[in-house]
Design a protein around this ligand. Structure first.
Ligand code: RP5
Length: 167
């Protein structure tokens, strides 16, 4: 487990094979100085540990859970079943269906236990981190300022882009 003191965001992924994508989520949180922990726990391979993690997250000071999984991607739903914290779901690209299976599994939670599902792959991983930052920034003026700066900087980069001349 990657651990930073007093984590506010818990990133959980179904397999270490998800880390090449989910490392972007961790990197984004790190960039904003948001303490996080990242852990491999599977809804089907380690069900008891996944349930225990979710059940104890809030009392350990975690404010947001991010669940990443591929295929029959029930991990985020399982975390949400055991925790009232906001749960963000990131569908992992899968071997045979390129993550469409993961997306549909996550986004189709039956009414009553919500998870907020993001884009498949790296864009979703980064956006889940940015969404966590936005939620935490509601009660943290310094973090809100960092988010504003990030967005201004991003806009400036886009506006500075040029396209190649035609031959
Ligand atoms: C899911 O199965 C994981 O989240 C991963 O995306 C997928 C494949 O896992 P491995 O077989 O690579 O461990 O549970």
């Amino acid at each position: 487990m990657i651990m930073v003191k007093h984590p506010l965001v818990g990133i959980v992924m179904g397999s270490d094979s998800d880390w090449p994508v989910m490392s972007s989520c961790a990197e984004t949180l790190k960039r904003f100085g948001v303490p996080y922990e990242a852990k491999v726990l599977s809804a089907h391979r380690t069900p008891d540990a996944a349930l225990d993690y979710a059940a104890s997250a809030q009392e350990r000071g975690i404010k947001v859970l991010i669940g990443a999984a591929g295929g029959a991607a029930h991990l985020a739903g399982v975390l949400a079943a055991k925790s009232e914290l906001p749960v963000l779901a990131v569908p992992m690209p899968s071997k045979h269906l390129q993550g469409l299976d993961s997306l549909l599994s996550m986004v189709q939670m039956p009414g009553g236990i919500p998870v907020a599902t993001f884009a498949i792959g790296e864009a979703g991983a980064v956006n889940a981190a940015l969404f966590s930052v936005a939620m935490l920034a509601l009660n943290d003026a310094e973090l809100a300022k960092k988010l504003t700066e990030f967005r201004v900087n991003q806009s400036e980069k886009v506006l500075a882009k040029t396209l190649p001349e035609l031959p």
